[in-house]
Design a binder for this molecule. Structure first.
Ligand code: CUA
Length: 363
């Protein structure tokens, strides 16, 4: 199913589980298998039609060629032929439409789901919110884009991976609610036969039930800006016990993150955290060296945003609430207090801006 992606230099071909590399994947859900067989049935019907139509055409060209003295026939109409070439395609279309409609009906039936996950597309990452479970997180690129470009320049193949996959238990019906924060994205995982647009202001629905444990990969399938090629999707299907343990670990991590706001952080701890946060959320536009891409993406390095308390507060407000009329989104619901403090500390001290100084989460 990912046969085309290695052409774009996106995915390590050997690590993708495909049926043949030429066809769409059979996939790992009832729906994906049904879609595959439907596709094969229709393909064979089309091949049969092509063989008959082109067969008759080439046979006629050969049999009635002029060198054999054939004369063209002259007639005005033939009611029988006209009825047949209307009726036969109609019957073929109806024959194809019956199983196709049944499959579509099944694909659209999101009722009686066991688990509801809200999937939100951002430029350029996915966010998964497990409704009713108090678990939500961003699924970011695991390797910074710049590093991937470096590998590409050396001609290496690589796998674009995420830091945190969407984890689901096998054998349960998962309802996916899809939306977007900024522009239209599309959540596409070929092995699940799910490809659904994530549109700002709308909630689209889809569902899946995976029977085989494993990691299933996908990619944003709607051109959504510069890093569209760097919005990978990873769905990890695990046993029920592993899923329960994973949910608990996500809750613990969220708890620890919340507690990070109450304690004193060491400067190097904030710097390390801030660098990661900066590279994940800020570097794409403001550049890894903080010099920005003026005039659209202003420089952060050497601007004194952290020396003058008013400038710093204005900067924090922009980070929290975004800036209307510019591409700067609001990070207020994205960043925790600790991440915000860390990234401000990092901007204050990286790139030789200022003297070493930290900003604590409690500030
Ligand atoms: Cu998001 Cu393309």
């Amino acid at each position: 199913g990912f046969a085309l992606l290695p052409v774009f230099g996106n995915v390590h071909a050997s690590s993708i589980n495909t049926s043949s590399g030429w066809n769409m994947p059979v996939g790992v859900t009832d729906i994906s298998q049904e879609v595959f067989h439907l596709h094969m049935t229709i393909l064979w019907i089309c091949i049969a039609i092509a063989v008959v139509v082109f067969g008759v055409m080439f046979w006629s060209l050969f049999k009635y060629r002029r060198s054999k003295g054939a004369k063209s026939a002259h007639f005005h109409e033939n009611t029988f032929v006209e009825i047949m070439w209307t009726a036969i395609p109609m019957v073929i279309l109806v024959v194809m439409a019956i199983p196709a409609t049944a499959t579509l009906k099944k694909m659209y039936d999101t009722s009686n789901a066991d688990i509801d996950i809200l999937v939100t597309g951002y430029q350029w990452r996915w966010r998964y919110e497990y409704l009713g479970e108090d678990v939500s997180f961003f699924s970011n690129l695991s390797t910074p884009r710049e590093q991937i470009y470096g590998q590409e320049a050396r001609g290496d193949f690589y796998l674009v991976e995420v830091d945190e996959p969407m984890v689901v238990p096998v054998g349960r019906k998962i309802r996916l609610l899809l939306t977007a924060n900024d522009v239209i994205h599309s959540w596409w995982v070929p092995d699940l036969a799910v490809k659904k647009d994530a549109i700002p202001g709308f909630i689209n629905e889809s569902w899946t039930r995976i029977d085989q444990p494993g990691v299933y990969r996908g990619q944003c399938a709607e051109l959504c800006g510069r890093d569209h090629a760097f919005m990978p999707i990873e769905v990890k299907a695990v046993s029920e016990e592993e899923y329960t343990a994973w949910l608990a670990s996500k809750r613990d991590a969220a708890m620890a993150e919340a507690q990070g706001a109450d304690r004193e952080w060491a400067l190097d701890e904030l710097m390390a955290r801030g660098e990661g946060t900066y590279n994940t959320y800020c570097a794409a536009c403001h550049q890894p060296d903080g010099k920005g891409l003026p005039p659209i993406f202003p420089a952060l390095a050497g601007t004194g945003i952290s020396i003058d308390p008013n400038a710093r507060q204005a900067h924090i407000d922009i980070v929290l609430y975004g800036k209307t009329g510019t591409p700067m989104p609001a990070f207020g619901t994205t960043l925790s207090a600790a991440e915000l403090a860390a990234v401000i500390t990092y901007e204050r001290n990286a790139w030789g801006n200022d003297t070493a100084d930290s900003v604590q989460p409690a500030e």
